[in-house]
Design a protein. Structure first.
Length: 522
C-alpha cells in the first residue's frame, strides 16, 4: 500500500509540472476553420498563408518544419508580389477559461540574406471578441528557428479568444527575398520559470522636427516595468551601441538626430537587474533634409542605379512625374551607372516620341538651396546627348521648397552640343525669373513628340561671382558687313574683341558694351 501511495504521488507530481495547454497547432495542414484575409484585395497565393509543402525560398529555403515529426509542416507567407500587402490569418475560437495566466508560444523563421535588406514584419494580435490587441511584433533576421513566448494575462479577455498572425510586405526590393514562417503554436498557462518580462508590443515614431522625434511605445503586460528605447543610425547594434532613453507614459524623446539620415529604433523592457524582455524592433525612420548652403555639389556617385520606374535619386532630391495617360514610359529620369563625366553615375533623362504623351513631364529636383530666392546663384553641370542626332534637351527651372509642379518657373532651356560631356552654365538671377519663395533647382523633361535622352553629371549650385564669365555666346545676325553677337550675363560692362576666324586673342579689334549684345562692322 505504501508503494502504491508513493507511485501515486510521483504521478501527480509529474503531471503537476506540465504546462496546461488549451490549443496546440503543429500544422499537418492549415485548419479549414481559420480565416484568411489581406489588405491588397488579392487572390494570389502570395497574398495568403500557405503550408510549407510548397518550399519557402532564398534565406528560408529548406525550413519547412520545426516540430520534427513525420507529416508536420509549418505555415508561411511568400515575400513575392503583391505588395505592399498585409497578409493575415485568424484562428478559430480558443477557450482560455481554464488558464490563470494565459500565454502564447510559437516558433518563427525570418532570414533575409539578400543585399536588398528589408523589414517584412510579423505581428501577432489577440482578439477579445470586440478588438484586436497587438501582443508581439518582430522584423529581425536570424539563421534559425526562434522561440517566442508572450504573456497576455494583462489583457482582459472573455472565455474565448482568437489569434491573428499578420505579415506586412512593403515593396519589391525589401519583400521579395523575405519569406516568413510560423510553426508550433501553443496557447497555454504561462510556463513555470518564465521571466514574466513581456516585450513591448508596439513602437512608432512621430514627425521629426528640429533634430528630435518622439517614439510611442505600447507597453503590453509590463506597464509597471522600465522600458527603454534604443536608437541610432541604421545598422547599429542595440546590444552594444546606440542612445538609450527611458519610456515615460508610453513615450520617449529621441534627440540630437542628424538631418537627412536613416535611423532605427528598438524597445526593450527591464523587469529587474538581470531580467529583460525580447527586444522589439527595429522600426526605421528618416530625418528631414536640411537646407543646403552654396556651393552645393552633387556627383551622383553615392546614389544607387535606378530604372524607368525607380529614379533612385540622391538623398534629399525630389522627383515628379506627371503623365496624363498613366504610362510610366512617357518620360522619366533615373540614376544611370554606365555613362558618367566623373566616377560612376549620371542622371539620365528620357522622353518618348509618341504623340499620345505630348505634355507629359518628368522632373528631378535638388535639395532646398539656402538663399536661392536671393537671385544671386548660378548652376553648373556637365551634360551630353544620348546620341549625336538627338536634341539633348533639358529645361532648367526653380520651384518652391515642396517641389510642387505648379510652382515651377522655367529659367532656361539647354541643348547639349554633342554626345561628349561638356560644361553648361545657367544663371539663377532675377533676369532669369528667380523670385521670392524659390528653393529648389529643377531639371525638367517634357514630351513634345520628339524622341530624346541625355545625361547630366557633376551638378553644382554656387554664388554668382562679382565678375561672372559671360555664357551662351552666339551669332544672332549677319550681313556682308556686320555681325551681331549676344550672350548671357548678370554683369553690365563687357569687353569685346573681334577678328578673322582663328585670330589670336589680343590682336583683334576691341570694343565695349553695356548690354548683352554687340554688332561688329567692317
Amino acid at each position: 500500500m505504501k508503494k502504491l501511495y508513493l507511485l501515486m504521488v510521483a504521478v501527480l507530481y509529474s503531471f503537476g509540472s506540465l504546462t496546461a495547454q488549451v490549443m496546440t497547432q503543429t500544422f499537418s495542414s492549415i485548419p479549414s476553420t481559420w480565416t484568411q484575409s489581406n489588405s491588397c484585395n488579392s487572390t494570389s497565393t502570395n497574398a495568403s498563408w500557405k503550408l510549407t509543402t510548397s518550399n519557402p525560398g532564398y534565406g528560408a529555403s529548406g525550413y519547412t518544419d520545426n516540430t520534427g515529426t513525420s507529416g508536420s509542416y509549418a505555415m508561411w507567407v511568400d515575400g513575392s508580389s503583391p505588395y505592399p500587402c498585409d497578409v493575415s490569418i485568424t484562428t478559430d475560437s480558443i477557450d482560455v477559461s481554464t488558464l490563470t495566466s494565459p500565454s502564447l508560444e510559437f516558433y518563427w523563421f525570418k532570414n533575409n540574406t539578400s543585399t536588398n535588406v528589408g523589414n517584412n514584419t510579423l505581428t501577432v494580435e489577440v482578439f477579445d471578441g470586440q478588438s484586436y490587441h497587438p501582443v508581439w511584433s518582430g522584423s529581425t533576421d536570424s539563421a534559425g528557428w526562434r522561440k517566442v513566448q508572450v504573456d497576455f494575462s494583462c489583457i482582459s479577455t472573455p472565455n474565448d479568444i482568437a489569434l491573428r498572425f499578420t505579415v506586412s510586405k512593403f515593396n519589391g526590393a525589401a519583400s521579395f527575398y523575405n519569406d516568413i514562417i510560423v510553426d508550433d503554436i501553443k496557447v497555454q498557462e504561462l510556463p513555470t520559470g518564465f521571466s514574466n518580462c513581456a516585450a513591448p508590443t508596439g513602437i512608432a515614431v512621430g514627425t521629426v522636427t528640429g533634430g528630435a522625434a518622439t517614439a510611442t511605445v505600447s507597453l503590453g503586460c509590463n506597464s509597471s516595468a522600465t522600458t527603454t528605447v534604443i536608437y541610432g543610425l541604421a545598422g547599429f547594434n542595440p546590444s552594444t551601441s546606440g542612445t538609450s532613453v527611458t519610456v515615460s507614459n508610453g513615450a520617449a524623446s529621441m534627440t540630437s538626430l542628424a538631418s537627412s539620415s536613416t535611423y532605427e529604433a528598438y524597445a526593450v523592457t527591464s523587469c529587474g537587474t538581470s531580467s529583460y524582455s525580447d527586444t522589439l524592433g527595429p522600426i526605421s525612420f528618416i530625418t528631414p533634409c536640411a537646407v543646403v548652403a552654396t556651393p552645393y555639389t552633387e556627383n551622383l556617385d553615392a546614389a544607387s542605379s535606378g530604372g524607368s520606374t525607380s529614379p533612385s535619386l540622391p538623398v534629399c532630391w525630389e522627383y515628379y512625374q506627371g503623365v496624363s495617360n498613366a504610362s510610366i514610359y512617357a518620360t522619366y529620369h533615373y540614376i544611370y551607372s554606365f555613362i558618367s563625366n566623373s566616377s560612376s553615375n549620371s542622371l539620365r533623362t528620357y522622353r518618348s516620341s509618341s504623340s499620345l504623351y505630348v505634355g507629359d513631364t518628368a522632373m528631378s529636383l535638388t535639395p532646398e538651396i539656402q538663399g536661392l530666392d536671393s537671385a544671386t546663384k548660378m548652376l553648373e553641370f556637365y551634360g551630353r546627348k544620348g546620341f549625336s542626332s538627338y536634341p539633348g534637351e533639358v529645361i532648367i527651372g526653380v520651384t518652391n521648397a515642396a517641389g510642387d509642379a505648379s510652382s515651377l518657373t522655367i529659367v532656361d532651356t539647354v541643348y547639349m552640343n554633342s554626345d561628349a560631356f561638356e560644361k553648361y552654365t545657367v544663371y539663377l538671377d532675377a533676369a532669369a525669373g528667380v523670385a521670392s519663395g524659390d528653393a529648389r533647382v529643377a531639371f525638367v523633361t517634357v514630351c513634345n513628340g520628339v524622341y530624346d535622352y541625355m545625361y547630366m553629371d557633376d551638378i553644382t549650385v554656387k554664388d554668382i561671382p562679382p565678375c561672372p564669365e559671360p555664357i551662351g555666346l552666339s551669332l544672332t545676325g549677319a550681313t556682308q558687313t556686320t555681325g551681331t553677337i549676344s550672350w548671357s550675363s548678370s554683369s553690365s560692362a563687357f569687353n569685346i574683341e573681334v577678328g578673322p576666324m582663328g585670330f589670336t586673342q589680343g590682336t583683334g579689334a576691341s570694343a565695349t558694351s553695356t548690354t548683352t549684345s554687340y554688332t561688329a562692322t567692317g
